[in-house]
Ligand binder design. Structure first.
Ligand code: SF4
Length: 441
C-alpha cells in the first residue's frame, strides 16, 4: 500500500443479506487496489450500504448518510433504501450516487467515477484473501444462496426492493463455501429471503460442483455443505413439506439441528391478512414430526403482534400456539408500517399501547418457556463453538444458538481457546437466555 492508494470508507447497515452485499462490494474494490479506511477523514469517499426494511431502519440509514456527508463530504449510497432514489435525494441532495440492493456494478462504477482506481495495480501482486473480505469474525460467515422472494407478505416490501426469487447456481454457492472453509471458517450461516425455496425458480436444475452433478435444491446443497466438515446453520426457512427432508440430515449431524422459521403469527385470519400460509395446525404437526426425527432440534421463530385487524381473540390464539409449540428461541416485534407495504391500507389499526401490552404478554409467556427449555439442558454434554476469549473466561455457542441473535455459553476461567475452536462441555447452569458450562476432558 502507498499513500496514493485510493481509500474508501464503508458503512454497512441492515440484515445478514445486506452484509453479504457489503462483503462483495468490498472484495471487488480491494481486488481493484482500493484501500479500505476505517475512519471518515482517512477516506477519499464513503459508501453507505443502507437498510430500508422498516421505518426505524430507514431513519438510521438517513442518519448514517448525514454523518458521512458531514464528516467526509463524498458519499455514495447503495442498498435497500437506494431502491427509491428520490427518497434519499429529497433529504440528502448532495450524495454522489444512489443505487439499489445487489447493484454491485453500479456501486463499483460510481466509486470508479468519483475516485479512479490506481493505474498500476496488479491484482496478482496486491492480494485479496481468496475467501474475499469478511465483515463477520473469521470463524463464521454468512452464505447467501439466493436473492429476492416469490411471496408477497403484506407487511413486507422486500420483493419490490429485491425482486422475485433468484437462486444462485449451486456450483457457485459450493465454490464460495469451499473457499470460506479453506480460509478457516468453521460455521456457515445459510441465508436468503426464503431458504426452503432455493432452486424453485430454476426448477431444481442440475448443476455441477467439482465435476459432480448436483441438483439446485436445498436438500442436496445441505448434504454437500455438511460434507465440508463445518457447522452448517439454516436461517429463514419456511415450514414447507420439503423441509421434512432436511431434518434427517440434522439427525445425522450433517447440518446443525437448528431451524430459524419465521412464522409471524398463528391465527389463520391474521396469517391470511398477512398473505402467509394459514394452516398453522399443519405447522404444529410438522414441528412435532421434526422433533420426533431429531429430538435435539432447536427451533427459532419471529412473530409480529398488533398487525392491523388483530383482535384480542387472535392474540390469545397466538399465545395458545406458543404454549403448544414450545419453541426454543423467539423474537417478537410490534407491527410498524413500512412505506409502500400493502398492509398499511388494511383496516383495524391496533393502538400503540395495545401493541406494547401484547408484546409484553407475549414475551412473558415465551420467557418462561425459554427458561424451562434451557433448564432442561443442565447436566447435558454438548459441543460449543468459541466466539470470544477474554481474560476471565470464554464465550461460545451451542449448535442451538446462532451468533448475535440467540444465547451464549459462558465458560468461566477458561481461556485456553481460540475463536472457532469446538469444545465439548457439560452445562452447569442456565437463566432464561444464556447457559454456563465447564469443559470435559
Ligand atoms: S417471505 Fe414474506 S416477509 Fe419474507 S421476504 Fe418474502 S415477502 Fe418478505
Amino acid at each position: 500500500m502507498s499513500a496514493e492508494d485510493p481509500k474508501v470508507g464503508f458503512v454497512s447497515l441492515g440484515c445478514p443479506k445486506a452484509l453479504v452485499d457489503s462483503e462483495r462490494i468490498l472484495t471487488q474494490l480491494r481486488t481493484e487496489g482500493y484501500e479500505i479506511s476505517s475512519t471518515y477523514d482517512g477516506a477519499d469517499l464513503v459508501v453507505v450500504n443502507t437498510c430500508g426494511f422498516i421505518d426505524s431502519a430507514k431513519a438510521e440509514s438517513l442518519q448514517a448518510i448525514q454523518e458521512a456527508l458531514e464528516e467526509n463530504g463524498k458519499v455514495i449510497v447503495t442498498g435497500c433504501m437506494g431502491a427509491d432514489e428520490s427518497e434519499i435525494r429529497e433529504i440528502h441532495p448532495d450524495v454522489l450516487s444512489v443505487s439499489g440492493p445487489q447493484q454491485y456494478e453500479q456501486v463499483v462504477g460510481a466509486v470508479h467515477e468519483y475516485l479512479p482506481p490506481k493505474k498500476d495495480h496488479d491484482p496478482f501482486v496486491d492480494l485479496v484473501p481468496p475467501q474475499g473480505i469478511k465483515l463477520t469474525p473469521r470463524h463464521y460467515s454468512y452464505l447467501k444462496i439466493s436473492e429476492g422472494c416469490n411471496h408477497r407478505c403484506t407487511f413486507c416490501i422486500i420483493p419490490s426492493l429485491r425482486g422475485d426469487l433468484d437462486s444462485r447456481p449451486v456450483g457457485n454457492v459450493m465454490d464460495e463455501a469451499q473457499r470460506l472453509v479453506d480460509a478457516g471458517v468453521k460455521e456457515l450461516l445459510v441465508v436468503s429471503q426464503d431458504t426452503s425455496a432455493y432452486g424453485v425458480d430454476l426448477k431444481y436444475k442440475l448443476g455441477f460442483w467439482q465435476g459432480r452433478p448436483m441438483k439446485t435444491r436445498l436438500k442436496e446443497l445441505c448434504q454437500a455443505l455438511g460434507e465440508l466438515g463445518v457447522w452448517v446453520r439454516l436461517h429463514y426457512v419456511y415450514p414447507y413439506p420439503s423441509v421434512d427432508d432436511i431434518i434427517p440430515l440434522m439427525a445425522e449431524g450433517l447440518v446443525v439441528p437448528y431451524l430459524d422459521v419465521p412464522l409471524q403469527h398463528a391465527h389463520p385470519e391474521v396469517l391470511k391478512m398477512m398473505k402467509r400460509p394459514g394452516a398453522i395446525d399443519k405447522t404444529l404437526e410438522r414441528i412435532n414430526k421434526w422433533r420426533e426425527i431429531c429430538p435435539d432440534i432447536v427451533i427459532r421463530s419471529t412473530f409480529i403482534v398488533g398487525f392491523p385487524g388483530e383482535t384480542e381473540e387472535h392474540f390469545e390464539y397466538l399465545l395458545d400456539f406458543l404454549r403448544k409449540a414450545r419453541l426454543d428461541r423467539v423474537g417478537c416485534f410490534t407491527y410498524s408500517p413500512v412505506d409502500g407495504a400493502p398492509a398499511n391500507d388494511l383496516p383495524g389499526a391496533v393502538p400503540e399501547e395495545v401493541k406494547e401490552e401484547r408484546l409484553a404478554r407475549f414475551m412473558e409467556v415465551q420467557a418462561q418457556i425459554s427458561a424451562e427449555k434451557l433448564q432442561e439442558k443442565i447436566g447435558k454434554e454438548m459441543d460449543v463453538i468459541i466466539d470470544l476469549v477474554g481474560a476471565d473466561g470464554s464465550i461460545g455457542r451451542t449448535k442451538g444458538d446462532a451468533p448475535e441473535i440467540d444465547g451464549e455459553v459462558h465458560l468461566l476461567d477458561q481461556t485456553d481457546f481460540q475463536p472457532g475452536d469446538v469444545v465439548r462441555v457439560r452445562i452447569t447452569d442456565a437463566d432464561e437466555h444464556d447457559l454456563w458450562a465447564e469443559t470435559i476432558d
